[in-house]
Design a protein around this ligand. Structure first.
Ligand code: GLY
Length: 358
């Protein structure tokens, strides 16, 4: 049965859900006061279940790997390029090298081989790295420019969905007669009663333009400070390089701070000295939507006709195509992945956020 669907939030998650639902024949309205201006606008675009693997997040890795496998078709449909050069983990001192080795061990426990690289091998692959690096590893992860993806989705949907540039109101929308289902895809700003399910984790990120950019995504440790640099494809010999990201739980507005930006740039310049000559383009901050278990919230809720597609934390871009499929499956058949089911948290007015056992 075809449904009339209202989606609150037109970031990469809301747009990808709209695209999948339209492809399956459903009628979609998107509601967002400023489409594409949230976390997707800041994101670096690493499609990296391996590079972004953290201890205790094995379930997330499995969903990330599933979504990474969907990206080539998703990108082809949108006609956006993926960068295939891969990721280098790089260490500036022997303490940093221990971090690389720990990451490689963690990956090995998930059946991912990080090819370990001696200093000379690392420098041969990426001559722009500091000659002080002591070693590293290579991963096959891809990257994409999320701003290009959002623009492509908006173009593709322009004549296929109604876009309402206004703030969505869940109270008024979930029981209106003009649609069957409401999907909430508003990132870190979930409306009540779901607001307690996400916490804002500020990420500050810097964009520079370089005539000497790295070829690979670099995920580095510089004397204990973690930093990544994600290059875009060069035009006229100049490429954007995205340097990120801070990570801070906070209650204030997500602003880029002098301290955060200078720490990022210091670490990036230590690893990639040529960035000293790059043109500074932008410093920006957005809130990542963290959940109590760092897994997204994808599926039906206790509110009749309301589905969540939110809480993607550090992985919104990576998980967009999988989320879109899961949301469309939920609309059509009620299927939900138990690990992502928003109802997995015990709810007494959403004041208790303990995870329930299935
Ligand atoms: N996924 C990169 C970040 O959250 O900084």
């Amino acid at each position: 049965m075809l449904s009339r669907v209202k989606i609150l939030g037109a970031g990469i998650i809301g747009l990808a859900c709209a695209d999948e639902l339209v492809r399956r024949g459903h009628r979609v309205t998107l509601v967002d006061p400023a489409p594409g201006s949230g976390a997707s606008h800041a994101a670096a675009g690493m499609l990296s279940p391996a590079g972004e693997l953290w201890h205790g997040e094995s379930e997330l890795f499995v969903f990330g790997a599933r979504s990474a496998a969907l990206w080539p078709d998703f990108a082809a449909r949108l006609d956006v390029p993926l960068r295939e050069e891969g990721t280098l983990l790089a260490a500036l001192d022997h303490g940093d090298l221990q971090q690389v080795l720990r990451q490689a061990e963690l990956l090995a426990s998930h059946d991912v081989t990080a090819e370990q690289l001696a200093r000379d091998e690392l420098l041969a692959l990426e001559p722009g790295l500091s000659d002080r690096v002591v070693g590293g590893a290579r991963l096959p992860d891809r990257s994409v420019d999320p701003r290009v993806v959002v623009a492509a989705l908006r173009r593709r949907l322009a004549s296929r969905v109604e876009v309402v540039e206004a703030a969505g109101d869940l109270d008024g929308l979930d029981r209106r007669a003009d649609h069957d289902v409401t999907i909430v895809a508003t990132g870190a700003l979930l409306p009540a009663p779901f607001d307690r399910l996400v916490r804002p984790v500020r990420g500050e990120i810097v964009r520079v333009r370089s005539s000497d950019p790295p070829r690979h995504t670099i995920r580095g440790w510089a004397h204990g400070e973690q930093v990544y640099a994600v290059p875009r494809t060069a035009r006229a010999g100049v490429a954007e390089v995205v340097v990120g990201a801070t990570s801070e739980e906070h209650n204030g507005p997500p602003v880029a701070t002098v301290g955060g930006v200078s720490r990022l740039l210091d670490s990036a310049r230590r690893l990639i000295p040529g960035l000293d000559r790059a043109e500074f383009a932008e410093a920006i901050a957005r809130d990542r939507p963290g959940t109590p278990d760092n897994l997204p919230l994808v599926g039906a809720t206790d509110l009749e006709g309301v589905i969540l597609a939110a809480g993607h934390f550090r992985h919104g871009v990576l998980l967009a195509p999988l989320t879109a499929q899961l949301v469309a499956d939920q609309v059509e058949s009620g299927h939900v992945e138990p690990a992502l089911d928003p109802r997995r948290f015990a709810r007494s007015d959403l004041t208790s956020l303990e995870r329930t056992t299935a």
